[in-house]
Design a protein around this ligand. Structure first.
Ligand SMILES: *[C@@H]1O[C@H](CO)[C@@H](O)[C@H](O)[C@H]1NC(C)=O
Ligand SMILES: *[C@@H]1O[C@H](CO)[C@@H](O)[C@H](O)[C@H]1NC(C)=O
Length: 225
């Protein structure tokens, strides 16, 4: 019986530690500058590595994050990502960055999730109303109004948003705990999928009239990333 308890405790600990390591796997060498190989290659969980001896400063470099993103779109926001697609040296390192620009009052980074990353955001300019919703069954909404210098965390996988409630442009930078955080914009994924989800499914799931679903599916869902 004691052995069983020990086993249960051990399994629980093993599970807890696997939950704790929610970011990308730790690198097994100093770095692994990503190499695009389209021929003679199989897909692996990450990218192929350049021979470390051939690594150069440019592999670890990105320039232009001082430039504002273009917010002249239906959301009034623009995300400029700096992840492994932009900086190949981020491969295997479990980290990336983004700049987010918001148009004056109403600029919105709409409800979305990062399936692979926790996000830590700092406001440089403007006033943002931000929030995230916890998972079922509570679905608790946690919000805050952020001013320049304020920092807020969006835990991995949770639906979150940022909304400019100030009368000036807003600028935020975000660190993300993955080389490739991924983005699922809720409205785009649900109503803008390709091909469209059967309207009967969405009508029932969202308690909507089927015509409302079809109307929503006919809309253009802008991707601000
Ligand atoms: C690798 O390929 C992606 C997708 O085609 C591209 O966006 C990226 O710039 C490429 N990276 C390098 C280092 O060539
Ligand atoms: C911003 O985007 C809009 C809409 O696509 C475009 O008309 C405008 O020229 C862009 N502005 C800049 C500065 O690139």
């Amino acid at each position: 019986m004691k052995g069983v308890h020990f086993l249960v405790a051990f399994l629980f600990l093993a599970l807890a530690s696997s939950f704790a390591s929610a970011s990308d796997p730790s690198p097994l060498q100093d770095f692994c500058v990503a190499l695009n190989d389209t021929k003679n290659a199989v897909f692996v969980n990450g990218k192929f590595c350049k021979d470390p001896k051939l690594a150069k400063a440019e592999d670890f470099f990105f320039s232009g994050l001082n430039m504002p993103g273009n917010t002249s779109n239906q959301l009034g926001s623009k995300v400029t990502p700096v992840n492994v697609e932009q900086v190949a040296g981020l491969n295997t390192l479990g980290i990336s960055l983004a700049r987010i620009d918001f148009a004056p009052y109403g600029g919105l980074n709409p409800p979305h999730t990062h399936p692979r990353a926790t996000e830590i955001l700092v406001v440089l300019e403007g006033t943002l109303y931000v929030g995230f919703v916890t998972s079922n069954p509570d679905n608790r909404l946690i919000t805050k109004v952020l001013y320049p210098g304020d920092v807020f965390v969006f835990p991995v996988g949770l639906i979150h948003f940022q909304f400019n409630i100030g009368n000036t442009n807003a600028i935020a930078f975000a660190g993300l705990s993955s080389q490739n955080p991924g983005v699922i914009t809720i409205a785009n994924a649900v109503f803008g999928s390709n091909p469209p989800i059967n309207p009967d499914v969405l009508a029932k799931a969202f308690q909507l009239d089927k015509n409302v679903v079809k109307y929503l599916q006919s809309k253009f869902w802008w991707d601000n990333n």
